[in-house]
Design a protein around this ligand. Structure first.
Ligand SMILES: C[S@@+](CC[C@H](N)C(=O)[O-])C[C@H]1O[C@@H](n2cnc3c(N)ncnc32)[C@H](O)[C@@H]1O
Length: 215
């Protein structure tokens, strides 16, 4: 899976024109590639810059992230938090926590990011917060359930972003050629399309980001 649906040249050009990755994010990106399994999962420069820009536009007081991994996208999304704001991020893999905390502390975000270890579907109901922004980027089979768990709890005007909604272009393959994850993503995309509680736009950036707004 390559996770870039645009050509390498266009992706590099877009990264070059975009504000450069901070030294800290570059280091976290490098360390993730050197030391952590499946570094393809990290959002990376272009998507991270987009998440940071969108979060700055929304100015959410409370953010929920599903799928922390090495904490890269959490740092990007936290850029839009106002004073007193908080990002809750959930990951099932406890081995990731130490590195995340180290980088969040260095970024001055230790008081703005709370990590929860465990399955997203169990942790979401225990969070007594009103979220203005949700980023779904955990197990692809879980997207529809995460959407169902949060949608009625969101205030009107809240945003949900879902990553990998093109699933390396598998979503446009005949069903018989799609992987299990791609089928789950196709079902999720159709579910969102048919849900009158949201309006949505699918951005073909990186591996596809679906931006939803609660009506
Ligand atoms: C694509 S990575 C997240 C990348 C991160 N958001 C970023 O952009 O840097 C997906 C993460 O979801 C986590 N995950 C998988 N299944 C999960 C579940 N059921 N509940 C919570 N997290 C899960 C994995 O451990 C992995 O770290």
């Amino acid at each position: 899976m390559q996770h870039h649906l645009t050509s390498e040249a266009i992706n590099t050009y877009a990264e070059n024109i975009s504000t450069p990755e901070s030294e800290l994010l570059r280091r976290l990106n490098r360390e993730t590639h050197a030391k952590v399994e499946l570094p393809i999962m990290l959002s990376g420069h272009l998507q991270g810059a987009l998440l940071a820009m969108l979060s700055r536009m929304i100015r959410p007081k409370r953010i929920l992230e599903l799928g922390t991994y090495t904490g890269y996208s959490a740092i990007c999304l936290a850029q839009g938090l106002p004073e007193g704001g908080m990002l809750h991020t959930i990951d099932i893999n406890e081995e990731l926590a130490e590195r995340c905390q180290r980088y969040w502390k260095e970024a001055g975000l230790e008081d703005k990011i709370t990590m929860h270890i465990g399955p997203g579907a169990s942790i979401i109901p225990s969070l007594d917060e009103v979220f203005d922004l949700v980023f779904i980027d955990a197990d692809k089979q879980g997207y529809a359930q995460y959407f169902d768990l949060i949608i009625d709890r969101l205030p009107q005007g809240a945003f949900i972003f879902a990553d990998n909604v093109l699933y390396d272009a598998e979503v446009v393959l005949p069903e018989a050629e799609q992987s299990k994850n791609a089928k789950a993503i196709v079902a999720f995309n159709e579910k969102v399309k048919n849900d009158p509680r949201v309006e949505q736009v699918l951005l073909p950036v990186r591996d596809g980001i679906l931006i939803m707004r609660k009506l």
